[in-house]
Design a protein around this ligand. Structure first.
Ligand code: ATP
Length: 624
């Protein structure tokens, strides 16, 4: 009967699943569940690596704890039998009190073990979460920029991130499972020797509940998995609604209601989906628990009958009834837990999937030594690049050479492909077609870390680190973070030193408002700090992507005076929308729709009377 009802629910649920956008491939079969268990050894390896000592302690404590239920029941039986004997003036008072003290000690030991196990689980859980978070960050650092720009990648990253905390539950579940199995083995031995028939009754009363749990767990997984993109959006909306970085614009544009409504729409949908499942799960759970109670009372009646008819002692009655109840609870718990363990093991797939993502940008097996000094420069040979999932090319048919000691300015309208070109130079992406040569050899043949060490790049969307002034500069060459002299020199070169002098704590001043006593800087001030990062290393090529957009006219003039003298003998690439800046370069490359439209000195391009001359005159007219 129950199976029949269960099937109806299953069919109905399949129909509902369709309306709830659960993709069919996200449902998991029993086989998938079982095969996911093969993830457990790898999982335990991670747990072990997090803390070998605590893993061993937790395991040993649970083994001792697993013998406690049967020991307590058995001593209880002996006590009752002794009391019955004493009533008949046959027993021993001394024996009785000895047993009571033993039971008392066992009870205290059980409580103590429970507390130690839970303490161990918590500590191990925290260590595991920290360890796996670090593993995720380490792996993420090896991946390509392009992978970070892909939403499917983010879903995987998000699911892996959730596993760092979520899987600590799996850890204690698996441990508890082992503990319960041993307890069950002990209790079953008692039941088998005293009354084997009860075992059959036991199985009948718990199997429906197990099937129900297993079914609802798989539904839960399918639902959670299908909700990943929305959950990320929910997190994002929550961040938009309450963050120092967004507060200004949210206030000015009066966006709070808009954001709250979006949050409400998303969270209401979550609530509706989750609560439907929770209600159905609870209703079925109640039904199965009634079945379990029926089984228990049938067994209880049977044992009472045997005691009344003199086939067992009163002590045996309490032992059997107690064993049956405990066994039924333990078996039900461990069967149910089995479904959550296999469920948890399936979530581990997400974790492993993330670690299986490999970077596409290959590192040369035996890299060429990076030239110092660069002799021929960087040559773009028909280079084209298309972003993942993009329709059009961001760069196409690029042919030019950045010579040693040459200063090139890249100009062009928004979206012309200037930043992309620079990213190709730094191998944040590899060309989709064509190749970039450095001193005649493919850029891919050099060591990528060496290449980046030789490039000093400041992007337009540089990070405003919520760290100290000095660390904000040191990130340009983190190995030198303790080199105060170098940091001060870099700050001097980018004009940031005058700013440090104004700050209450100078170079140790915390920047940004996110943490205590941080000082917020203006846009231009931040830019000067970021610029200092480029001077932290003795890079052979300096690349500044709109470095002065936020600087005032005097600061921009000074920055460029210094930039020119500091980059003497070095190559430099400058991206700027200000033609007054661009004209200082040895050569100007005008990009349009990813292609080179024209190139030459300021004078040549003006004489050409092409797009550069047009844009230059347009800007100059604005100043008159
Ligand atoms: N991460 C990305 N994913 C997909 N497309 C991108 C990405 N970044 C840029 N693009 C697209 O590539 C083209 C070139 O962008 P790029 O950032 O190189 O232009 P830009 O010349 O530096 O523009 P701006 O002057 O506005 O900084 C644009 O059409 C842009 O939409």
């Amino acid at each position: 009967m129950s199976i029949f009802l269960f099937k109806i629910a299953f069919i109905k649920n399949r129909q509902m699943a369709k309306t709830r956008n659960i993709k069919p491939e996200q449902k998991i079969s029993f086989r998938e569940r079982m095969s996911a268990l093969s993830n457990l050894p790898e999982f335990f390896k991670l747990v072990w690596q997090s803390s070998p000592g605590k893993t061993t302690a937790s395991f040993l404590l649970r083994i001792v704890r697993s013998a406690m239920p049967v020991a307590l029941l058995y001593v209880g039986k002996l006590i009752i039998d002794q009391v019955v004997l004493l009533n008949r003036h046959e027993g021993s008072q001394h024996e009785l009190w000895k047993l009571v003290i033993i039971e008392f000690l066992l009870a205290i030991a059980t409580d103590g073990l429970n507390r130690m196990i839970s303490l161990m689980d918590n500590l191990l859980g925290d260590l595991f979460a920290n360890y796996t978070s670090m593993r995720i960050m380490r792996h993420a650092a090896t991946l390509d920029l392009e992978q970070f720009e892909d939403s499917v990648f983010y879903d995987k990253l998000e699911r892996a991130r959730q596993q760092t905390v979520g899987r600590t539950v799996l850890l204690s579940q698996v441990m508890s499972q082992i503990q319960d199995f041993i307890s069950i083995a002990f209790l079953l031995t008692g039941l088998l020797t005293l009354n084997p028939w009860l075992i059959l009754l036991l199985l009948i009363s718990i199997i429906p509940s197990f099937m129900g749990e297993s079914y609802f767990n798989s539904q839960n997984y399918a639902l959670t998995r299908s909700q990943t993109p929305e959950r990320r959006e929910l997190d994002y909306v929550r961040y938009l609604g309450a963050s120092d970085e967004t507060a200004k614009e949210v206030k000015i544009f009066g966006l709070s209601d808009f954001i709250i409504n979006r949050f409400k729409t998303l969270s209401d949908k979550f609530y509706a989906d989750n609560s439907k499942l929770a209600v159905r799960r609870s209703a079925w759970g109640t039904f199965f628990s009634v079945l379990g109670s029926l089984g228990y009372y049938a067994a209880y009646g049977f044992i009472i009958y045997q005691t009344v008819t003199g086939k067992s002692s009163v002590g045996t009655l309490t032992f059997l009834a107690g064993s049956f109840r405990q066994l039924s609870n333990l078996m039900e718990n461990s069967l149910n837990r089995f479904t959550s363990v296999s469920q948890g093991a399936i979530y581990l797939n997400d974790f492993h999937e993330f670690f299986e993502i490999k970077p596409n940008i290959k590192v040369a097996a035996s890299p060429l030594p990076f030239p110092n000094p660069i002799k021929q420069g960087f040559t773009f040979e028909d280079v084209g690049f298309k972003y993942h999932n993009a329709e059009s090319w961001a760069n196409r048919h690029l042919n030019f050479t950045l010579h040693p000691a040459e200063k090139i300015a890249l100009v062009g309208e928004n979206g012309a492909g200037k930043t992309t070109l620079v990213k190709l130079l730094a191998r944040l992406y590899d060309p989709t077609e064509g190749r970039i040569l450095l001193d005649g050899a493919d850029l891919r043949d050099y060591d990528i870390a060496d290449l980046r060490l030789n490039l000093g790049i400041i992007f337009q969307d540089y990070i405003r680190y919520q760290m100290s002034f000095s660390q904000n500069i040191a990130v340009g060459n983190i190995d030198e973070q303790d080199n105060t002299e170098l940091i001060r020199k870099a700050a001097h070169e980018s004009l940031a030193d005058a700013l440090a002098a104004k700050l209450p704590l100078g170079y140790e001043q915390w920047l940004g408002r996110r943490f205590n006593e941080g000082v917020e800087l203006s846009g231009g001030e931040w830019q000067k700090v970021a610029l200092a990062r480029a001077y932290m290393k003795d890079a052979q090529v300096l690349i500044l992507d709109e470095p002065t957009a936020a600087l005032d006219a005097r600061a921009e003039y000074e920055v460029f005076q210094r930039f020119s003298s500091l980059t003497q003998g070095k190559s430099a690439v400058l991206i700027s929308h200000r033609f007054s800046t661009a004209r200082l370069a040895d050569r100007i490359i005008v990009l349009e729709k990813g292609k080179i439209l024209e190139a030459g000195t300021h004078q040549e391009l003006m004489a050409n009377n092409g797009r550069y001359a047009e844009l230059f005159s347009l800007q100059a007219a604005g100043y008159q």
